[in-house]
Design a protein. Sequence first.
Length: 55
Amino acid sequence: MPLTDKQLAILRAIEATDPVSADDATWAVAEGLAVQAEDSDIDLTPAGKSALGEV
């Protein structure tokens, strides 16, 4: 299923290291599009990077 504009904006924010809400971060991690470290740093997974590249 294609990502919505809001979901793509979340991934772009993560990629740019802009702040995202806890709910947005949880969504991205649950979808396997991002990983979150114990110190709350978040980064895109290869799947997340691929999702942005397909736009």
